[in-house]
Design a protein around this ligand. Structure first.
Ligand SMILES: [Zn+2]
Length: 224
C-alpha cells in the first residue's frame, strides 16, 4: 500500500491547489472594488502608465483563461469574461498580474525568455510521453524508463522556470496597483490573497512533477 502514497500525492496536490485558487477567485469575484473599475480598465491604466502602446487588451472566452500572449509580434493581454468587464477585487488582481507579464516582456526579463525558449522542448516531451506509453504497452520487455526520466525532467525544469516568472508578475502587479492608488488597503489584502493562491498552483505543479520523478527513479533503481 505504501507505494501508492506518491501516486496519490502526484494526483492530489495539483487538484487541491486548483480547488483553492478557484475558491479564492469565486470569493473575491463577489467583492466589488470601491472605485468600480473593471479588469480591462485596470489593464489599460497599467499599460498606459508604463508607456506600453503595442499591447492590446482583449476579452478571452473561458473560465480563468487569462493570459499574456506575445507570439508572432502580436502582443495581447487576454482577460476572461469574469475579469474583463467585472468590477471585482479578483478581476483587478488578475488583470494587473497579466500586465505584469507585459512589463516583463518589455524589460526582456530573463526567466520569461528562458521559459519561452523551453516551450518547444516541453511540447516535444509531451508528445514523446504519449509515444512512450504506446510503445511500453506494445513492447513491455523493453525498458523505456530512462526516457521517462528525461521527459519528466524537462517538464520539471519548465515548471521551475515558470515559478520566478509568475512570482515576479504578481510582484509587479502589486507595485503597479499601489502606485495607481486605485484599490484600498482592505482590497489590496484581497488582491494579495488572490495572487498568492494563484502562485500556489505553480508550486503544486513543481511538487507533483518532483514526486513523479523521484518515484520513477526509485522504480528504476529497484529494477536493476
Ligand atoms: Zn501569470
Amino acid at each position: 500500500m505504501l507505494y501508492l502514497i506518491p501516486l496519490f500525492l502526484i494526483l492530489l496536490i495539483p487538484i487541491i491547489a486548483d480547488i483553492w485558487v478557484k475558491y479564492n477567485y469565486r470569493k473575491y469575484l463577489k467583492v466589488d472594488n470601491a472605485q468600480g473599475i473593471t479588469g480591462s480598465e485596470v489593464a489599460q491604466m497599467i499599460l498606459k502608465k508604463n508607456g506600453i502602446e503595442n499591447v492590446r487588451v482583449n476579452q478571452a472566452s473561458g473560465f480563468l483563461s487569462d493570459n499574456y500572449s506575445h507570439g508572432s509580434g502580436n502582443k495581447t493581454v487576454n482577460l476572461s469574461e469574469g475579469v474583463y468587464s467585472a468590477k471585482s477585487v479578483a478581476s483587478v488582481a488578475i488583470a494587473a498580474h497579466e500586465c505584469g507579464h507585459a512589463l516583463q516582456d518589455r524589460d526582456g526579463y530573463g526567466f520569461m525568455r528562458m521559459r519561452s525558449s523551453l516551450v518547444p522542448v516541453v511540447m516535444f516531451a509531451n508528445k514523446l510521453s504519449y509515444v512512450l506509453v504506446i510503445l511500453g504497452a506494445i513492447f513491455p520487455v523493453f525498458g523505456f524508463g530512462w526516457l521517462g526520466v528525461l521527459i519528466i525532467s524537462a517538464t520539471l525544469l519548465f515548471e521551475l522556470v515558470t515559478l520566478p516568472v509568475e512570482f515576479n508578475a504578481s510582484k509587479r502587479a502589486l507595485q503597479e496597483l499601489e502606485a495607481l492608488e486605485i484599490v484600498s488597503d482592505a482590497e489590496m489584502s484581497g488582491v494579495r490573497s488572490m495572487l498568492r493562491s494563484a502562485a500556489l498552483t505553480y508550486v503544486a505543479a513543481v511538487a507533483a512533477s518532483a514526486i513523479q520523478l523521484l518515484r520513477l527513479l526509485m522504480v528504476l533503481k529497484r529494477r536493476r
